[in-house]
Design a protein around this ligand. Structure first.
Ligand SMILES: Nc1ncnc2c1ncn2[C@@H]1O[C@H](COP(=O)(O)OP(=O)(O)O)[C@@H](O)[C@H]1O
Ligand SMILES: [Mg+2]
Length: 96
């Protein structure tokens, strides 16, 4: 993966959320192509256990179908026991 340039303040916020002993919900927003996806993937590379990207120009039922397929795939590949994973380390779910 390419090197993440700058984003010092944003990296601090994301790292603090990762270090938190609570569950955290982060919303990252901004114009297209400013680096939101790249930032999340770079900072949480080791902790990402599930990532879902919305489908461009799809309607609500297509989005839901895409979501349910991605969840089913993830469960099939061993994501199921989230609790044991979380007892060992922090995990990140990324809805893009
Ligand atoms: N901080 C950064 N350092 C290096 N490259 C970056 C950075 N932010 C964005 N980029 C580059 O710009 C591209 C587009 O960013 P992306 O994360 O897809 O934007 P967004 O998700 O906001 O639409 C990335 O694939 C990456 O090549
Ligand atoms: Mg993006």
């Amino acid at each position: 993966m390419e090197l993440l340039i700058g984003r010092i303040a944003e990296k601090k916020i994301l790292s603090e959320a990762l270090a938190s002993s609570s569950l955290e919900l982060l919303a990252v927003f901004g114009r297209r192509r400013v680096g939101k996806t790249f930032l999340i993937r770079s900072v949480f590379r080791k902790q990402l256990i599930f990532e879902l990207s919305g489908v461009h120009d799809a309607n609500a039922s297509e989005q839901l179908l895409n979501f349910s397929k991605a969840i089913a795939d993830a469960l099939g590949s061993g994501l199921t026991p989230a609790a044991p994973i979380l007892k060992k380390r922090k995990a990140v779910i990324f809805l893009d």
